[in-house]
Design a protein around this ligand. Structure first.
Ligand SMILES: Nc1ncnc2c1ncn2[C@@H]1O[C@H](COP(=O)(O)OP(=O)(O)OP(=O)(O)O)[C@@H](O)[C@H]1O
Ligand SMILES: O[C@H]1[C@H](O)[C@@H](O)[C@H](O)[C@@H](O)[C@H]1O
Length: 366
């Protein structure tokens, strides 16, 4: 496993030269998450169907808070988020930004329009066309705290993690996990998100000092898995089919968990954070990928919450435990019934459609 530090940052003599991501006995497991929060506008059939907090940092924070190990006396999971937003940022009080506030810039918050085809509502992998409509400032090396971290997650969404920033992360962190989307995204004049080959970017030379590189199956061809796996471990996520790990000398498939997919946004981010949490618990990479798959599946299956958000206006006061229960069949009853029925219908369909669900990972050597 490659070490993150430069020779001049070399660890003390006798220090464990392996990945220091273990919950038992290692250094404090503080993490460094670098990538900006953003605004996501979800569009279906030409209509805005949702506006949400986005940015891999937000999804990653939620999963790390839920799943990473911490000492009993620690209130919050130990990690820092370095993220940038503008004064228009709409989600400062959402849990992730409230706990770990972003740096404020003069430029506007990065915003994406995600255009979903109708297939997005089905059990199959959705089509999502992404367009960056606003871009906040990049994150510079000087924006990072000047201290050591057990691990780093480079999770940019709009090219904000500059090559020199990734390099600084590598110097500061024992092990760095990188989402390929932070490295290979390109934006045309309209902001449409495309990809460039990783080997043509200034990030390519940093790969041997990265521990894990995660790419979606759509990004994998731009990463060049066969070349990259000789430099670091590459994980390719494949939606409802789970993921594959590729390293120099072997590969493993790790099976998915069933999910009713409503919105794929954040699946990859949640995967990476779940995977990192698994490593922090001391799991092998293949076992940690199970945790990644679990959180990826959880991220896409927001079915019931989304349905409730869409169909039911917020009550002014919650009435559970109160004396204000009513028993009328309201006007949303039938609509709610139909939406929940559709979600329930998709669940077994999806499980049946994928006979590999529930199987363990198959490891093979190459
Ligand atoms: N429909 C699904 N059913 C079960 N698990 C899923 C589903 N979609 C995603 N996952 C889980 O989440 C992981 C990441 O999903 P995916 O490969 O779609 O990432 P992605 O394309 O990077 O996502 P995004 O860019 O939307 O965050 C998968 O490896 C899988 O474990
Ligand atoms: O919030 C989302 C999410 O972080 C996705 O992983 C990323 O691909 C999108 O660009 C972003 O808008």
């Amino acid at each position: 496993m490659p070490l993150a530090a430069e020779p001049d940052d070399a660890h003390e003599e006798g220090e464990d030269q392996q990945l220091l991501l273990t919950a038992k006995g290692g250094p404090a497991l503080e993490g460094l998450v670098v990538g900006s929060y953003c605004h996501d506008v979800l569009i279906r059939g030409g209509r805005i169907v949702g506006e949400t907090l986005g940015g891999a940092a937000a999804f990653v924070s939620n999963v790390l808070d839920a799943a990473s190990p911490r000492e009993e006396e620690q209130g919050e999971a130990p990690f820092v988020v370095v993220s940038k937003v503008g004064r228009d940022f709409a989600y400062a009080s959402a849990p992730a930004p409230a706990r770990r506030p972003p740096l404020l810039c003069a430029s506007p918050t990065t915003s994406f329009h995600a255009q979903f085809s109708d297939a997005a509502a089905s059990a199959h992998a959705p089509d999502r066309e992404l367009r960056r409509v606003r871009a906040c400032d990049p994150i510079y090396p000087a924006d990072l705290p000047d201290r050591r971290f057990a691990y780093g997650l480079a999770v940019g969404v709009a090219g904000e993690v500059l090559p020199e920033t990734l390099e600084r992360m590598i110097r500061l962190c024992h092990a760095v996990l990188v989402d390929a989307q932070a490295l290979i995204r390109a934006f045309d004049g309209d902001g449409a998100v495309g990809h460039v080959a990783l080997e043509d970017t200034p990030y390519a030379r940093l790969l041997p000092r990265v521990a894990f590189l995660k790419a979606s199956s759509e990004e994998a061809p731009y990463v060049g898995v066969e070349t990259a796996r000789r430099q670091c471990c590459v994980i390719v996520t494949d939606g409802r089919d789970g993921c594959r790990l590729y390293w120099d000398g072997g590969e493993a498939r790790v099976a998915p968990f069933p999910a009713v997919q409503v919105d794929p946004t954040g699946a990859g981010d949640s995967f990476l954070a779940g995977f990192a949490a698994g490593l922090l618990w001391g799991l092998s990479a293949t076992d940690a990928a199970l945790l990644g798959n679990f959180f990826g599946a959880a991220a896409v299956s927001q079915a019931v919450k989304e349905i409730l958000e869409e169909k039911i206006a917020k009550r002014s006061s919650p009435c559970i435990n109160g004396t204000t229960f009513t028993f009328d069949r309201s006007s949303v009853h039938d609509e709610l019934h139909a939406a929940l029925q559709e979600a329930a219908r998709l669940m077994p369909e999806q499980q049946q459609a994928d006979p590999t669900n529930g199987n363990g990972g198959d490891i093979c050597s190459v």
